[in-house]
Ligand binder design. Structure first.
Ligand code: CMP
Length: 228
């Protein structure tokens, strides 16, 4: 694997050159086509991944054909580390949403890297902490918000990666209503009703197939918990 590529990966760039060279020898690269499964929940884990290009969805499915998307991962993001650290099976499924290239590190090499460099451990801990924080927020959403608040919360979480546009924010990626429903953990009908309410209130709009948050302040206000 090329050193030039490794230097662009946040998970690895804190490493001294000698360590980076070691990774260049042990890491491999693998490509997935859009729609391909990388691994499924409950399999045993033997490798961790870093996204080089493309987009990966981390999700779980229920028997009722409902899906819950935990995260969309972009270049630089890592995944597949949990089962390697705790020894349990994969906690979620991973699928390539677009054609994707991934860096792959085997379990034994991954452990060796963590033991050899505290900076890597800290980076990993930070990543896991951010994900736990987000998961806590989602639990709060489920318990304390109605559907409108939950949909607003999911959209609000995407605002940070969008770009300023005509006084609002244009979301970075395109999302279908089904994809948004899977992020909220609901089905299409309630999602669609909430989107219509946001559009009627002139908080949300569409722009060339992408969601455009016309009024980010009011969207954020809708994310507050319901008064008890
Ligand atoms: P692992 O359990 O090995 O396989 C599934 C992976 O999905 C897991 O490691 C994490 O890397 C990733 N993952 C699990 N839950 C979340 C989450 N809530 N947000 C982002 N990534 C997650």
């Amino acid at each position: 694997m090329e050193l030039r590529l490794l230097r662009r990966i946040p998970f690895l760039k804190a490493l001294p050159p000698v360590e980076l060279k070691r990774i260049a020898r042990i890491a491999t690269e693998i490509a997935f086509r859009a729609g391909e499964t990388i691994f499924s929940k409950s399999e045993s884990g033997s490798r961790m991944f870093v996204v080089i290009s493309g987009r990966i969805r981390i999700f779980t499915s229920s028997h009722a054909k409902k899906q819950k998307t935990f995260a969309y991962l972009d270049p630089g993001d890592l995944f597949g580390e949990m089962s390697l650290v705790d020894g349990h099976t994969r906690s979620a499924s991973a699928r390539a949403e677009t054609d994707s290239r991934l860096l792959v590190i085997r379990k034994s090499d991954f452990k060796g890297l963590l033991f050899s460099d505290p900076k890597l451990c800290f980076f990993l801990l930070r990543t896991v902490s951010e994900r736990l924080r987000q998961a806590n927020e989602e639990i709060e959403n489920l318990l304390f918000r109605n559907m409108l608040g939950r949909v607003s919360g999911a959209l609000n979480a995407l605002v940070g990666r969008g770009r300023r546009f005509r006084g609002g924010v244009l979301l970075k990626d395109r999302y279908t209503q089904q994809e948004l429903a899977d992020m909220v953990g609901t089905t299409r009908e309630p999602l669609s009703r909430a989107i219509s309410s946001l559009r009627r209130a002139q908080i949300l709009d569409m722009h060339h197939g992408r969601y455009f948050v016309r009024d980010p302040r009011r969207l954020a206000e809708l994310c507050h918990p319901l008064p008890s």
